[in-house]
Design a protein around this ligand. Structure first.
Ligand SMILES: [Fe+2]
Length: 323
């Protein structure tokens, strides 16, 4: 089943799937990936339906709020999810070591945003995985996705420590790239778990989103994902289809956690971040994706600790299935 070569995949993925348009490219990718991974996908869905509570119990108790995603999102402002304070403390160590060192040329693609996490951090800083693989977090994610997903190994990386700063660009430019409204096309569904590592105010370029209902009502009006429509939408065209008051803003204290499906909720962030913004951004996808990134890049592998629970292994290792 190798009928899509990496060269063809790269061509179809180029410039945000411009050749065929995002909608058609995604449907090709979905069919291809689903065919390749149908058995794994079905096994994971069945394990979710039939054995999820057993797998969750083995993984650990559900502590803290039980968040349920509705209209594509859920917000936890309790700061009581297990491991949240350890996560913030370890992230601050990484920020102290690597923060505010620009890795891209000013004004180039997404220079205002960089990921300062490295794949090996998943071993060196155990709170990074312990937080997101806790039963409280996985219960929210798996119930929404109706399956046991994986931490993304390609696009976007499943673990990012995102640092946004206006200081990475040389001058005030018009908004561009992920500062403009868009939907992510990598997988369907998809869940991001976004953790604020420091307080976020309007000065830190907060993440903003439109809940799923309002977003999806706008898709046909915007002809979004059709060939010829830009992937990133300027505010002028976007607000012709969406009411400004439907936009939510992630201006909250550190320790706030947003669960969101970025494939159905329009979003943007990192505008005018004169105060640098720091957030963990975890990405979950089903074992099959709606893009062709796995044909173009080597998937990241995350640390699997000895005696990891079966649920934990399933999220970290796409091929792993419990006995
Ligand atoms: Fe996005």
């Amino acid at each position: 089943m190798g009928w899509i070569s990496s060269r063809i995949a790269s061509g179809l993925m180029a410039s945000n799937m411009q050749a065929l348009g995002i909608r058609r490219t995604r449907s090709v990718a979905l069919r291809y990936n689903r065919f390749r991974q149908r058995e794994l996908d079905e096994r994971r869905q069945r394990l979710y339906r039939e054995r999820f509570s057993e797998l969750l119990t083995e993984n650990g108790p559900v502590v803290g709020n039980e968040n349920v995603m509705e209209d594509g999102w859920a917000l936890d402002i309790s700061r009581r999810l297990p491991g949240i304070d350890e996560l913030i403390a370890e992230a601050e160590e990484i920020i102290a070591e690597r923060g505010l060192k620009a890795t891209k040329k000013p004004d180039t693609y997404r220079a205002f945003f960089q990921n300062i996490a490295r794949p090996e951090d998943s071993e060196k800083y155990p709170a990074i995985l312990n937080f997101v693989l806790s039963s409280a977090v996985l219960k929210t994610v798996c119930h929404y996705m109706r399956t046991i997903p994986v931490l993304s190994g390609t696009l976007p990386p499943g673990i990012r420590l995102a640092e946004s700063s206006a200081g990475f660009d040389s001058k005030a430019l018009t908004y561009r790239d992920s500062q403009l409204f868009h939907l992510d096309y990598y997988s369907a569904p998809m869940v991001y778990v976004i953790v604020l590592l420091r307080d976020v105010t309007e000065q830190a370029g907060p993440f903003c989103w439109v809940p799923a209902g309002g977003s999806q009502a706008a898709v046909p009006k915007l002809k979004y994902w059709e060939k010829g429509t830009p992937y990133r939408l300027g505010d002028d065209s976007f607000y012709r289809a969406v009411d400004r008051k439907d936009v939510r803003t992630l201006c909250y204290p550190k320790g706030t956690v947003l669960f969101i499906d970025p494939s159905i909720c329009f979003h943007y962030g990192s505008r005018d971040a004169v105060v640098p913004r720091y957030q963990m951004m975890y990405g979950f996808s089903p074992v099959y994706r709606s893009d062709l990134s796995e044909l173009m890049m080597k998937s990241l592998r995350y640390f699997v600790r000895p005696n990891a629970s079966q649920l934990r292994r399933m999220v970290l290792e796409p091929e792993f299935l419990p006995a």
